[in-house]
Design a protein around this ligand. Structure first.
Ligand code: ZN
Length: 265
């Protein structure tokens, strides 16, 4: 029975994956994302149900547009498979199966909703070096929904509130100090988009999860700087990768989280 649940999650992940590529493409252009029907970027032909099944369409159509026979970039296929696998990994690491309680099912649903925003923010920041406010608001809504659910179930949300406020406040103060000293507004250490993103990550993962995500993102950033030698740093992109990793490992690092939490109690 677990197989059916996990398979459903894997397939949902690929469906969301094809939505992510659409959202990453359209949100920075202010195009509507609720109108899901897509079009071929080459011949502009509308794509219908059969053209839009994740992974399978690509295989059946031989990686080509049905109308103009232009090659579809395999990147889309890879992204769909990739997000399906991430969804599956999250379910496996959180031990989701037929035995899971209603609480666990609702909690994992919140995690997936949050993860969707993380994917889209990462993709947009990588391509455009911006984190749209609309997505921060989306993550805030998901985060506060999750908090309300925890309060309703008498689970402490202290760490989440500290996560929302402490580090973002610290970074804002550092920014203000640097601005006072250098009198240069364009060379601040932390971007506003990054600070807001770190705040919603703290709200959702709690203070300790947020610290872990930031440490991993520093590692990821360093790796990229060394391997790829890029100049401009889409920090939100690395933060997204780190947050996805953190969500996967979170249930297995409770001792680490407790140690970090000692700072705030
Ligand atoms: Zn076409």
């Amino acid at each position: 029975m677990d197989v059916i649940i996990l398979l459903t999650i894997l397939i949902s992940g690929t469906v969301f994956g094809s939505f992510f590529t659409l959202a990453v493409h359209r949100i920075p252009r202010n195009e509507n994302i609720t109108y899901v029907r897509s079009y071929c970027p080459k011949c502009n032909h509308k794509l219908y149900g059969f053209d839009l099944i994740p992974v399978l369409s690509y295989i059946f159509l031989g990686g080509k547009c049905r109308y103009c026979k232009d090659k579809i970039r395999p990147r889309y296929l890879l992204l769909e498979i990739f997000s399906g696998l991430i969804f599956l990994l999250v379910a496996l690491s959180h031990n989701i199966g037929i035995e899971s309680s209603l609480y666990e099912f609702i909690e994992i649903s919140f995690i997936y909703l949050f993860l969707c925003g993380v994917f889209i923010i990462g993709g947009i920041d990588k391509e455009n070096l911006i984190i749209p406010n609309g997505l921060i608001i989306y993550e805030l809504v998901v985060g506060f929904g999750y908090i309300a659910f925890k309060i309703f179930n008498k689970v402490s949300v202290y760490s989440n509130i500290v996560g929302l406020l402490a580090i973002p406040l610290l970074f804002t103060i550092i920014n203000l100090l640097v601005k006072l000293i250098t009198k240069n507004e364009n060379k601040l250490p932390f971007g506003m988009g990054d600070i807001k993103y770190i705040a919603v990550i703290g709200l959702f993962l709690g203070f300790s999860g947020q610290v872990v995500a930031m440490l991993i993102s520093l590692l990821v950033t360093l790796l990229y700087l060394i391997i790829k030698r890029i100049k401009e740093i889409p920090f939100g992109y690395y933060l997204s990768i780190a947050t996805a990793i953190t969500i996967i490992i979170l249930p297995h690092i409770t001792e680490v989280l407790e140690i970090i939490n000692f700072i705030i109690v």
